[in-house]
Write a protein that binds this ligand. Sequence first.
Ligand code: LFR
Length: 478
Amino acid sequence: MVGRPVDGKLALEETHRFGNRPVRVNGTLHWDILALYQGVLDGLRAAGASAGAPASVGIDTWGVDYGLLDADGALLGNPVHYRDARTEGMDAEVDRVLPAPELYALTGLQRIPINTLYQLTAARHTRQLAAARRLLLTPDLLSYWLTGLEGTELTIASTTQLIDPRTGEWSQPVAEALGIDLSLFAPLRRPGDPAGELLPGVLAETGLPGPVPVTAVGAHDTASAVAGVPADGRDFAYIATGTWSLAGVELDAPVLSEDSRLANFTNELGVDGTVRYLRNLMGLWLLQECLRAWEAAGAPHQLGPLLERAARSPGLRSVVDAGDPAFLPPGDMPARIAEACRRTGQPVPRDPVETTRCVLDSLALAHRSAIADARRLSGAGVRTVHIVGGGARNAPLCQLTADACGLPVVAGPAEAAAYGNVLVQARTAGAVRGDLPALRALLRDSVDLRRYEPAGDPAAWDRAAARVRPHEEPAHGA
Ligand code: LFR
């Protein structure tokens, strides 16, 4: 994505897009990291061809995953995907040395099996980890290949469960208790910090004339997406929707209370010292996996028509718990949804339209409880819900979320992460000025937004909420 100032606004252009296909090798699910890096190089080449040499480059990716480097800086094996089964049971291992209440008080992170801490616990006896001299989280690994410089960007570091959100520094007590060597991590840097320049080899490969500076951004995609929420004022909640739904509020300080732990809220770090207080929900992954399953069964469906028909079909017939880690691994999603409906004594969806309706209602319901809990636990005021990310294009989901929350929803931009990423770079490069509210004001002037007013019967959502497992207990086997 290329961002450019045009008539005092920020224009964003998509110059290249590439797939991200995980690969299962000998039973382990991996990221195809070299294919992703090749996609980055192709993207830089396309960006240069369209807009000339960029004033800055910044990278954000999903959280928690990492590559290990040996003493020569070579990658030790393909990074493992957070949806791989290796983290099963690791929460219990961690509990044994660091009880969940203590771990939460130190890190404020949601108990969810994907966290880097659980991945490192799963890997603790491997020779690969023993041979490693450096651990680079995904955006930092890509950045290292582009610049030759190692760093750990703070927002992505905050997804490891090894950062103390009060100080923004590594948590020594957690690392010590779990035997994790913090010298594996490169020094921390913050969104907006300079992060080197594209290497001569990268310039040659991409045809860009140097020098091209690289800037640390909110390297966690959700941090960039929250920076890219076009909110006016502070009384808002956000839902960053895509593969995941990340639903919560922006705070100045973490909430580390026992109630917050029991409600399974996370305190990840955001741009400009903010805290992203949110709950991870399974998001549109539920639907993506259904579409994959139907296609594999020889009965493919197009998303558009399916959503239209689902929007017209009867609502709140059955709902599932969109926070349930049972939906985390890849596999037959329609069957898992049917099983969850059966288990909770609700009608089992009979066809793809009913299954899609069940997913939409379930997500709206999960958005509703996440935002209600975020308000209750943090005291934040919420007058508007912003939906950003791919789900902002999903009109039925936006309307149902407005209905379920009983609040107006403002949808867009779908590319919030790219906007948040580019705004932070633009500020470092001196092209824009100001704090987060000022960056958001510029964003509001630059994008088209769609507003959904709440409708329907709020009590129907209360009754539906009672049918799924309530979120009071930590979702992952506590
Ligand atoms: C969204 C996201 C979430 C994170 C999950 C796994 O893309 O980054 O914030 O919890 O992916 O990394």
